[in-house]
Design a protein around this ligand. Structure first.
Ligand code: 5AD
Ligand code: SF4
Length: 425
């Protein structure tokens, strides 16, 4: 979401004639887009902002701004704590950025904060400049109403709102016109997308008819809102990829309830069964959060057993950190850091084994892969992605970027598949 918001910010500023600088030392304006979801992400931003003080001392005319969730959370405290920061701008105030920048340029930097959370702001009508040509992000909802007890997002991104389906379709069509072949629909909980009569399933069905679009993906799904109708839309829409990121967080009903997730372990497993029967070959990824307040060894064991039962293709794993203002911040952070680390390592190791098994099972298979960009290793190798979102390294040419090819997997590296040259589908 933040990558996508950065594209939005760049678009708004470019409409005012600003262009991208070659690097930090040449920039007149430096904006840092921030995440508040974990304390660690914020600490890194603080470190970066402290380091930028030196640059600011040397060139006081530079404007330094902080955007995103951390700007929203800390607001004017950030300006007080780091007086060399000029602007703090929350996620619903980006339309004000061009004005702020030109005013600051006129009046010499004066500190300013724009922090209103706007229930109606969907950035309707702004067509972001895209950096990645093959795959385009299209935000369809903003904000979140779920209030999972550990999560700060509802407080810093405000209430959930959806972009009208016509506007989504227009954004998708324009992305395709600009060279994209795949779109990734974005939102904190895309499954609860609703605009008038159109829900998320309806939106997926609508995008089937966009000419030139090869693939549709979406992030993030909430198990509670993953209705049968959405599963059917996934099964029935040829463009929708067989990949679902479905954060489970924990395998213990007691912890799930304390997290206010709105589902049980059995319900989650039931969704997985339905998905796997209706969407053959589905690749399933998740988020796991360990060390939530009160998580006992037995609760943690339930998470491990759920992971073994489902065998996720990949999992993003996190160690709980209390976030100010959330419901869980009022609970005793009872699991010692050492124990959180141990539990985290255990789920990381287990997931590595499961990912490896998933990759092993694909060796020898023919896959459909979309060529994305030159691989980091260079030498005529390109990065491609399967419909299940596995990375594939294969020989290709620049003219093939954006094309979907058929290829046979010959090996894997533990993280990516390796394949021979593909032929066009
Ligand atoms: N501590 C650790 N991880 C968190 N996440 C959200 N809030 C916290 C927190 N307070 C994780 C969840 C979520 C992912 C984006 O970040 O697993 O799904
Ligand atoms: Fe946070 Fe829960 Fe909303 Fe995801 S669904 S953004 S975890 S409150």
């Amino acid at each position: 979401m933040n990558f996508s918001d950065s594209e939005l910010i760049e678009t708004l500023l470019s409409e005012q004639g600003l262009g991208r600088a070659a690097g930090e030392s040449e920039a007149d304006l430096i904006l840092i887009n921030t995440c508040s979801v974990r304390a660690h992400a914020e600490q890194r931003v603080m470190g970066r902002l402290r380091a930028l003080k030196k640059l600011k001392d040397r060139r006081p005319e530079i404007l330094l701004g902080v955007c995103g969730c951390m700007a929203q959370r800390m607001g004017e405290d950030l300006l007080r704590e780091l007086p060399w920061v000029d602007l703090v701008v929350g996620p619903d105030s980006y339309r004000r950025l061009p004005g702020l920048v030109s005013r600051a340029g006129r009046d010499n930097p004066v500190q300013a904060a724009e922090l209103v959370l706007d229930r109606a702001e969907t950035y309707h009508g702004i067509l972001p400049r895209r950096r990645d040509e093959v795959s385009a992000w299209v935000p369809i909802t903003r904000g979140c109403d779920n209030f999972c007890s550990y999560c700060i997002v509802p407080y810093v991104r405000g209430r959930e709102r959806s972009l009208e389906p016509e506007a989504v379709e227009r954004q998708v069509a324009l992305a395709v016109e600009g060279g994209a072949r795949e779109v990734v629909l974005l939102g904190q909980n895309v499954n609860s997308y609703r605009s008038g009569p159109t829900g998320f399933a309806g939106l997926l069905r609508r995008l089937e008819s966009v000419p030139g679009l090869a693939r549709v993906r979406f992030l993030t799904s909430h198990p509670r809102d993953l209705s049968d109708e959405i599963v059917e839309a996934m099964a029935g829409c040829g463009k929708v990829c067989e990949h679902l990121h479905l954060p489970v967080q924990s395998g213990s009903d007691r912890v799930l309830e304390a997290m206010n997730r709105g589902y049980t372990r059995d319900y989650y497993l039931d969704r997985v069964r339905l998905l796997r029967s209706r969407v053959p070959g589905l690749s399933l990824t998740t988020d796991i959060l360990v060390g939530f307040p009160g998580e006992t060894a037995e609760d943690f064991g339930r998470t491990v057993s759920l992971m073994k039962q489902v065998c996720f293709d990949y999992a993003y794993t996190f160690r709980y950190s209390p976030r100010p203002g959330t419901a869980a911040a009022g609970l005793e952070d009872s699991v010692p850091e050492q124990e959180k680390k141990r539990r985290l390592q255990q789920v990381i190791d287990l997931q590595l084994a499961h990912t490896r098994a998933a990759l092993d099972s694909m060796v020898g298979a023919e896959v459909e892969a979309m060529v994305v960009k030159p691989a980091r290793s260079g030498q005529g190798k390109y990065l491609a992605r399967t419909r299940g979102h596995f990375s594939v390294i294969l020989p290709a040419e620049s003219s093939q970027v954006g094309r979907v090819v058929r290829t046979v997997v010959t090996a894997h590296t533990g993280m990516s598949l390796v394949a021979g040259a593909g032929c066009d589908t």
